[in-house]
Write a protein that binds this ligand. Structure first.
Ligand SMILES: [Zn+2]
Length: 381
């Protein structure tokens, strides 16, 4: 692949007219990776998708979320039971997102598109939109990772400064304390704001959203109706409205914190790059595959628990290079990717534990919030 490009509404340092960001020429790195990964699947005789462990995992996670929901709605009598089950529901919702919806949305779950679409639809049941996600996550975040003004996943608006190219406000000096709390509201944002505004305005952040048609439109409406029924109509018919809202808040808050933190540990840490395209040509110097490796950091590669729960998102480098391979394979692919990166002089980084990655995210937030950090963006002003 020589270049990749996307239509943009705007970039922070350019006019609002439509622009195209391109990557540098491929230097053989991605080709070598593809050949070696393909050889791994030939040697081991495994399929890239439809892995039996993924099907077992799906049953376990869907049982977990169902048991949490039924326990909360029909069996919880004391406040602490409701709180614990709400938190369990929140953790299970995040697990559905990491494992089932994410693999399905990328087409990494199965070789059958209908199975992938069914798995991706779990996001609609949780109050999001798989249609919008495929655009904002698959196309934009995965192509233009950590490119300020393009990748909406590093854009918290004025509330946080994740990239050195974003504007700094005085209160950002406290962001390494308060952002952890605000992460809890991210699911409310896409459940009640982003999808609806995105469809009305035709864009989410800088990403243009085309209005869904046919089955996509049906799935979007049906998904929203199922979510509203499960989250509000059934609980309201059995419990006091304030208890329902408290439990909904607790579950969504836990889900939001977990989803946000796992994302941030891969892209918003000290060793992740935030390159900007050259101003006139809008060309990013690195080839696409090099860009993916250098804007992403793995963590806790040896933890089976972290790997199981996060759906392999502790191996985000491998995920960004091979998003259509089931995440069950990422630990095995990591050695190939790391060795090939070293061979081609590409910076491959991994934090040894989840704790060290969290500490790195904390330090990066503190650094980005400080006034005395002079960046390229500051220098250009
Ligand atoms: Zn992804």
């Amino acid at each position: 692949m020589a270049t990749t490009s996307v239509l943009l509404e705007s970039l922070p340092r350019t006019s609002a007219e439509t622009k195209q960001v391109k990557f540098g020429k491929c230097d053989g790195f991605m080709q070598a990776l593809r050949e070696r990964v393909d050889a791994y699947f030939v040697e081991t005789g495994q399929a890239k998708r439809d892995h039996w462990r993924m099907y077992v995992k799906t049953v376990v996670i869907l049982s977990w979320i169902t048991a949490s929901y039924i326990g909360l709605i029909f069996f919880a009598v004391a406040w602490w039971q409701a709180l614990l089950l709400s938190m369990s529901l929140g953790l299970a919702m995040a697990a559905v997102g990491f494992n089932i919806q994410h693999d399905g949305g990328h087409g990494a779950y199965s070789r059958f598109p209908i199975v992938n679409n069914m798995m991706a639809f779990t996001l609609d049941i949780l109050g999001g939109s798989s249609f919008i996600w495929k655009r904002t996550h698959n196309v934009v975040h995965h192509s233009y990772t950590n490119v300020t003004g393009v990748d909406g996943d590093i854009d918290l608006g004025f509330m946080g400064r994740l990239s050195p190219h974003q504007e700094r406000y005085g209160f950002h000096r406290f962001q390494h304390f308060y952002l952890w709390f605000l992460y809890g509201f991210i699911t409310f944002k896409w459940q009640f704001r982003d999808d609806y505004l995105g469809l009305i305005a035709g864009k989410v952040g800088n990403t243009r959203i085309f209005r869904p048609k046919g089955w996509n439109a049906v799935a979007l409406v049906v998904g929203k109706l199922i979510f509203i029924t499960l989250a509000f109509i059934i609980p309201f018919s059995l419990h006091a409205w304030y208890n329902v809202l408290l439990c909904f808040f607790a579950a969504s808050f836990v889900q939001g914190v977990v989803l946000s933190v796992v994302f941030q540990l891969a892209h918003v840490v000290e060793h992740a790059d935030f390159p900007m395209p050259e101003e006139e040509s809008l060309r990013i110097e690195n080839a696409w595959a090099v860009h993916q490796v250098e804007t992403t950091v793995d963590f806790a590669q040896t933890s089976r628990l972290v790997n199981w729960y996060t759906g392999g998102l502790n191996f985000q480098i491998e995920h960004h290079l091979f998003p259509q391979i089931c995440h069950i394979h990422y630990p095995a692919l990591a050695k190939i990717v790391e060795d090939t990166s070293r061979e081609f002089g590409v910076s491959y980084n991994a934090h040894p534990t989840a704790g060290s990655a969290i500490a790195s995210h904390y330090r990066w937030l503190r650094q980005m919030g400080r006034a005395d950090v002079v960046t390229d963006a500051d220098a250009a002003i």
